[in-house]
Design a protein around this ligand. Structure first.
Ligand SMILES: [Zn+2]
Length: 128
């Protein structure tokens, strides 16, 4: 399950935490560097690494949130991309590094990889 958030506009409003992470990255995707401009301001999404809600019960804290564009949010939630323990991007050719300006707990990264990274794993034919 994933929780979608809209900056300031509508109030599907989860947290200040998500907003804080988006502000750290100035609404720029940590994967591709895209910053979407809208008439209401820049748009990005707060993506929880270990998802909120059952059965995952990830926490709503900054160390569990990424600032992503909508495309990479979907790819991340669906396991088309995942992170290595040193924040390389599995599922993207050349495994570029995630842009990092805040602390992310590796527990969440490995949880996501184990639960959602199946497609990447299959594509690579390898395990971590
Ligand atoms: Zn992106």
């Amino acid at each position: 399950m994933c929780v979608w958030e809209v900056n300031g506009l509508a109030s599907i409003g989860y947290s200040d935490k998500s907003r804080r992470v988006k502000e750290i990255y100035d609404y720029t995707c940590q994967v591709c560097g895209t910053r979407l401009e809208t008439p209401a301001g820049p748009y990005a999404e707060g993506a929880h690494i270990k998802p909120l809600g059952t059965p995952h019960n990830g926490p709503d804290i900054e160390a569990n949130i990424l600032c992503l564009c909508p495309n990479h949010h979907v790819l991340f939630d669906d396991g088309a991309i995942a992170l290595t323990d040193d924040f390389g991007l599995l599922g993207i050719p050349g495994e570029p590094q995630l842009v990092l300006r805040h602390e992310i707990f590796l527990d969440f990264v490995s949880y996501h990889r184990e639960h959602f990274g199946v497609l990447v794993k299959r594509a690579k034919g390898t395990f971590w």
